[in-house]
Ligand binder design. Structure first.
Ligand code: SAM
Length: 384
């Protein structure tokens, strides 16, 4: 059951500010501080919950968090504000109206309205819909919120859907278990000219419909979602969109190319997770003039250092066999006491390897455990 937003809290910005203040200064004693100030217990609890959720919302919403209303479940599922804003600008470039299906707290609807679209936001849960209404009012944005089932409601010329991927406190990884289930939702969305649906980043490529664009989005190296673009909205088979330090970077391609496989080289590139999930390693390899070391492992190697937002680059210092006993003296010789261990394709456990290496010394390095030409190797790297 989603909690409702008490009217007395909604209409009292003074109480909201006081709750944030006492929470920051009094911690566990904050409820007592509010009650001493004459706030009745249920209202004090709601005000403190809101203040706490606003603090937790800052990574997703920045300063906007202080003006919005959240539930815990709604915040967990909400789109990061810059991701919603970017998606909204893509809709606004092609449509004048949008239906936001499964609007939750209304994040996407707010971004659509801010981008100038006429928005109808649809949410099945009445209490959650109340929060979406409150959020639209808080930002003074014209969003019409309707309590209805996403599969029944009429759609505007464009539509976006963000089906629920959690139920009973657990995450559903299978789109057939989303609410609503992905298949009927896609059927519904296909009736509009321009549509998109947000999915979990781990979605299998089998779910990508013919002719759709599949986009993976990462924020500061964390892959946060996949999005299928349908109808006129599909511009390319695959896209990786990366937000890094406030700037967006995009890589597109077919997702079907294969990068060449070759030898280890002077630089090792670790592609961003969005590039890997989108299957755009070959496109990135071409941009970097690099190749793979193994056809199933997403590391690239190149002789030149090319600056890129799509991968982290490392300078290759040494290539050793992946044997803890052999590695231990080699690392000790170099005085390496702090080691970041990365692994792909070897099945080793970095924590176990670290214990075996008994590191000591003032130097710092990165060790990449991987496979090259079928052999398990440990590549000692430094920052490029
Ligand atoms: C992932 S959340 C939406 C988050 C929202 N886009 C945001 O960024 O704030 C999914 C929402 O879909 C709602 N929902 C689930 N099934 C629905 C249905 N059949 N029709 C309408 N809403 C539904 C849930 O109540 C939940 O609030």
């Amino acid at each position: 059951m989603e909690p409702s937003l008490p009217e007395a809290l909604l209409t009292d910005p003074g109480l909201q500010a006081r709750a944030a203040e006492v929470l920051a200064h009094d911690g566990d004693r904050a409820p007592l501080a509010l009650r001493k100030a004459g706030v009745e217990p249920a209202l004090a609890a709601a005000a403190l919950t809101l203040a706490d959720l606003r603090r937790h919302a800052r990574p997703k919403f920045g300063d906007l968090a202080d003006r919005l209303y959240f539930t815990r479940a709604g915040l967990e599922q909400a789109t990061r504000w810059p991701v919603a804003v970017r998606r909204a600008s893509r809709f606004a470039a092609s449509a004048g109206e949008v239906t936001d299906l499964c609007c939750g707290l209304g994040t996407e609807a707010l971004a659509f309205a801010q981008a100038g679209l006429e928005v109808e936001a649809v949410e099945m849960n009445e209490a959650t819909a109340g929060f979406a209404k409150a959020n639209a009012a808080a930002l003074d944005l014209p969003v019409r919120v309707t309590v209805a089932d996403a599969l029944q409601t009429p759609l505007a010329e464009s539509a976006f859907a963000d089906p629920a991927r959690r139920s009973g406190g657990t995450r559903n990884f299978n789109p057939a278990d989303y609410s609503p289930s992905l298949d009927p939702l896609l059927t519904r969305l296909r009736t509009t000219r321009f549509a998109a649906v947000k999915l979990g980043p781990g979605i299998s490529h089998d779910w990508i419909p013919e002719g759709a664009e599949a986009e993976w989005v990462s924020v500061d190296r964390d892959v946060v979602e996949a999005c299928l673009w349908l109808g006129e909205a599909a511009q390319t088979p695959r896209r990786a969109s990366l937000l890094k330090s406030g700037t967006w970077h995009e890589l597109t391609g077919t997702g079907e190319e294969r990068a060449e496989v070759g030898e280890v080289a002077d630089y090792l590139y670790e592609p961003d997770g969005a590039v890997i999930r989108a299957g755009l390693i070959a496109e990135l390899a071409e941009d970097l003039n690099a190749h793979m070391g193994s056809e199933d492992i997403a590391y690239l190697y190149g002789d030149t250092l090319t600056e890129t937002a799509f991968a982290r680059a490392w300078k290759v210092e040494e290539v050793w066999p992946l044997h803890p006993k052999k590695l231990k003296p080699l690392l000790a010789e170099r005085g390496i006491g702090r080691l970041t261990i990365k692994q792909r394709g070897t099945g080793i456990d970095p924590a176990t390897l670290r214990k075996q290496l008994k590191l000591k010394g003032p130097e710092e390095a990165t060790l990449v455990a991987t496979r090259l030409a079928g052999a398990h190797v440990a590549i000692l790297c430094s920052e490029a």
